[in-house]
Design a protein around this ligand. Structure first.
Ligand code: ATP
Length: 235
């Protein structure tokens, strides 16, 4: 059984249908990528899982129907990192991380959770007392990922983590995503950088106009001529 099973999910914004009967599976312990062009519906899939938008169809997590309230979805262990690196600019790095731990009732766990994030990305430790708004773009991206990890999610959903970052920083972000998978967290990755994301994904889905048009193992998709033509600059 897959960790997350999306079955026939349809989302409409008013009269306009953005997703048409999407079916996808995410296996535990894997990285699954969703690729597709602007407006294809990638963010809408994440928002449906998070119960940020209403949907028809079924989304099951660990064999059970997901709740339809976003705060309850978070408590099931599904956390979303939205596009755009929204740090709390006036709070310090460490305060930002602590905000991410709001579901942790046993506060004694906090030092260990902080230590885990600082081990994942040591630059955050060096800057823990600095206002988050003064971090570089790449550091802010790492901070929002680490903030999401503070609640110990089972499924981490990342929306365009590489957007607008310099290539060397993109490499660092993707390396960190791999490490997060290795430490046991399942990852759903939405990316326009199809090449990089498929390279490290166990499985991928290609979305066009709200439909899954292709799916398969990451490396198999990378060598698919349709994917190459549409998303990899016609290699
Ligand atoms: P991008 O890569 O540009 O973020 P995406 O693949 O994530 O695109 P979505 O953001 O899921 O695409 O959008 C899918 C479609 O739904 C688009 O046509 C978009 O204009 C529309 N849409 C998204 N959010 C809303 C909304 N709140 N109200 C109305 N239409 C919306």
């Amino acid at each position: 059984m897959a960790l997350l099973e999306i079955h026939d999910v349809t989302v409409a914004y008013g009269m306009v249908e953005a997703l048409h009967a999407i079916t996808m599976q995410i296996q535990e312990g894997t990285i699954t990528s969703i690729i597709g062009s602007n407006g294809a519906g990638k963010t809408t899939i994440i928002n449906a899982i998070s119960a940020m938008v209403p949907y028809k169809g079924s989304i099951q997590f660990d064999g059970k129907q997901l709740p339809l309230k976003s705060n309850q979805v978070v408590r099931k262990g599904i956390v979303q990192v939205p596009e755009g690196r929204k740090v709390f600019a006036g709070l310090t790095v460490e305060e930002n991380l602590l905000v991410g731990a709001y579901t942790i009732t046993d506060r004694k766990q906090l030092p260990q959770l902080l230590a885990r994030q600082y081990a994942l990305f040591p630059r955050l430790k060096e800057r823990k007392d600095q206002d988050a708004g003064t971090l570089s773009g790449g550091e802010q991206q790492m901070l929002v990922i680490c903030r999401a990890l503070m609640g110990g999610p089972r499924l981490l959903m990342l929306d365009e983590p590489s957007l607008g970052l310099a290539p060397i920083i993109v490499r660092e972000v993707f390396e960190t995503i791999k490490q997060i998978k290795e430490s046991g967290t399942t990852i759903l990755l939405v990316e326009q950088n199809a090449n990089k994301s498929l390279c490290m994904s166990d499985y991928g889905y290609v979305i066009e106009n709200g439909r899954v048009i292709l799916e398969g193992k990451g490396l198999a998709l990378l060598s698919d001529s349709k994917v190459a033509e549409a998303y990899l600059g016609g290699k």
